[in-house]
Design a protein around this ligand. Structure first.
Ligand code: PEP
Ligand code: MN
Length: 342
């Protein structure tokens, strides 16, 4: 259910409606828009009789939301959400006319590896550095990440290069720590339906980068984001990272068709990760161009200073110099669509 407020509704009127909703044992989510505020209601088990709300001052109407997701839906917020991520080198924006860039290695391996890669990432004009300290690996015998030591290296990268940090949390325990160190918390594909982790992410003080599960439908993807928003964290960006198909020429099949589909249904920004989406280094540049052309709000690119020695995902990692070329081309493609890369 959605309560639509008049464009000139006052703050006290909005607050009064929220209080009335909460007094019914429900949760109110006021979502300000360019023209008006809408208040999403969650927590109801069945249909609601909201005649009482419609009669409150400042309310235009109450409309049922037929889709399974509410807060992520364009019904609640017509215009694009623009996420602003502050970094020591300035803000990075995702959504609207802004295309944000993220680069870095799959895993934090050593300080030297991160520093060398970070230098190249910065030179390429990218302000957000992503590296995993907790790695959800298919095999228990593969490199699992450095844990908190990895987070400490990321803190050094932040300090020395002025880059914002994105890193993954794989469970509630690691999220507690990641929240302290990161500018953005990543929830990976394998955890897209880890509902207790999603709820914990919804109570985090940092924005969330939510990756699509490797066989998740559009609705499942949006419902996973809904979990985070329903707990009060509205700073969520989505990320398409490829899905499982019969194709064996690439690690995953990058589903670029989901970008316009998400944009039709949701106000949240959606990024593309062509590294996991293809698993092959030579496909990263062409698919980055395509992602920009199809309207992605950002790109997440795996970069390593020595990809052949990487402890994870070296096959799909590009060199920092190749990242610079990619950024240049993506900037030109985005400009055709009147969008700015940052
Ligand atoms: C990653 O970002 O390195 C990663 C493990 O990605 P995904 O969750 O998309 O597989
Ligand atoms: Mn990876």
């Amino acid at each position: 259910m959605l309560v639509v407020m008049q464009s000139h509704a006052t703050e006290p009127q909005i607050r009064a409606v929220c209080e009335r909703i909460e007094s019914l044992g429900l949760k109110a989510h006021p979502i300000p828009g360019a023209l008006r505020t809408a208040i999403g209601i969650t927590g109801n088990k069945g249909a609601l009789d909201l005649g009482v709300l419609e009669s409150l001052p400042g309310v235009i109407e109450c409309i049922p939301v037929s889709k399974p997701y509410k807060l992520v839906s364009r019904d609640v917020k017509e215009e694009d959400t623009i996420l602003r991520i502050p970094t020591p080198s300035g803000d990075v924006l995702f959504g609207g006319k802004h295309v944000g860039l993220v680069g870095g290695p799959c895993a934090v391996e050593t300080e030297e590896q991160c520093f060398t890669t970070a230098e190249g990432v910065k030179k390429a004009g990218v302000k957000l550095f992503r590296g995993g300290a907790y790695k959800p690996r298919t095999s228990p015998y593969s490199f699992q990440g450095l844990g908190e030591d990895g987070l400490k290296i990321l803190a050094q990268v932040r300090k020395h290069y002025g880059l914002g940090i994105i890193t993954e949390a794989i469970d509630n325990e690691s999220l507690d720590l990641v929240e302290e160190y990161a500018d953005v918390i990543q929830i990976g594909a394998r955890n897209m339906q880890n509902f207790s982790l999603l709820k914990r992410a919804g109570r985090a003080k940092k924005p969330i980068l939510l990756k699509r599960g490797m066989s998740a439908t559009l609705d499942e993807f949006l419902m996973a984001a809904e979990y985070v928003l329903s707990e009060g964290n509205y700073n969520v960006m989505l990320c398409e990272r490829g899905v499982r198909t019969f194709a064996d020429h690439s690690r995953n099949t990058l589903d670029l068709t989901i970008i316009p589909a998400v944009k039709k249904r949701s106000h949240l920004p959606i990024l593309v990760d062509p590294s996991h989406g293809t698993g092959k280094r030579h496909k990263v540049l062409p698919l980055s161009r395509a992602a920009a052309a199809v309207g992605a709000d950002g790109l997440l690119i795996e970069v390593h200073h020595a990809p052949d020695q990487a402890l994870s995902d070296g096959m799909q990692s590009i060199l920092p110099t190749e990242l610079a070329e990619l950024v240049d081309e993506v900037r030109q493609i985005a400009a055709v669509l009147h969008r700015e890369v940052n």
